[in-house]
Design a protein around this ligand. Structure first.
Ligand code: SF4
Length: 242
């Protein structure tokens, strides 16, 4: 068998978030990601996706706690395993009782699947991994951008927001000296300014991996980045690394 990873993240405010996988390995090949460096092994079944949540749910109940959130941000591209993921999400919602609003599906930007998701009429949260604000820079770190360039992705995000009335989160791994300069922040602000109130940027200082030569951004540079985005009406928060 293959290894997958699922992690329970306890937060000080009482939230208990399960970060789960949708595939064993991943075909998307993002250069900064350990899973991407491994390649794709296989799709997980809906039951295998559900079981990851079930396990944390039972474990927490036995301690008198409650699982509050589920994020599909572990191994794999969730929208690349669309039907199994959607089936699992429905059961996480109905069988385990996690509100759809507390379930996040993350994607690198599979445009046709984002459109399909917009038609599902579910209250789930969508997170789009961006990490670069120009095609040239994004092509270099996320091969998916060669298939679905930024203009197409942003147009689709606008469609999603208009169709669902729901905000989109944009994930941005801050890599020191690569995508954390004021110039890049201005480009990102420009890219998102039409969506501004309907989006939020999550800045995540890079998690160093063996196969990628990048370092996380320093705290002061993270703060400067947030301030520049604010000028475009775009809210951003820096996620604490754990
Ligand atoms: S889509 Fe996610 S899991 Fe796949 S390579 Fe990119 S960052 Fe890694």
């Amino acid at each position: 068998g293959q290894m997958i990873e699922s992690v329970l993240m306890p937060y000080d405010d009482g939230r208990r978030t399960a970060c789960i996988s949708s595939q064993a390995g991943c075909a998307m090949g993002c250069v900064f990601c350990a899973t991407g460096q491994m390649g794709f092994a296989r799709q997980l079944t809906s039951v295998e996706i559900l079981e990851q949540v079930q396990r944390f749910h039972v474990e927490l109940l036995s301690r008198g706690e409650r699982l509050s959130n589920v994020v599909l941000m572990g191994m794999g591209e969730p929208l690349g395993n669309y039907n199994n993921v959607m089936e699992a999400v429905r059961r996480i919602n109905q069988d385990i009782g996690i509100g759809a609003r507390h379930i996040t599906i993350s994607t690198v930007g599979l445009v046709p699947r984002i459109r399909r998701l917009a038609d599902e009429n579910m209250q789930i949260k969508l997170a789009v991994s961006l990490h670069a604000a120009t095609d040239e820079e994004r092509n270099a770190i996320m091969p998916v951008n060669l298939r679905f360039p930024l203009s197409e992705l942003m147009e689709t995000c606008k469609f999603y927001v208009e169709k669902t009335g729901r905000r989109i989160s944009f994930e941005w791994a801050l890599i020191a000296g690569q995508n954390d300069s004021p110039e890049v922040a201005n480009k990102l602000g420009h890219l998102l300014k039409d969506l501004n109130k309907m989006c939020h940027v999550n800045l995540i200082p890079l998690n160093p991996t063996a196969g990628f030569d990048g370092k996380p951004t320093k705290q002061a540079d993270c703060e400067a980045f947030v301030k520049i985005l604010a000028k475009y009406g775009v809210t951003a928060t820096t996620r604490v690394r754990r």
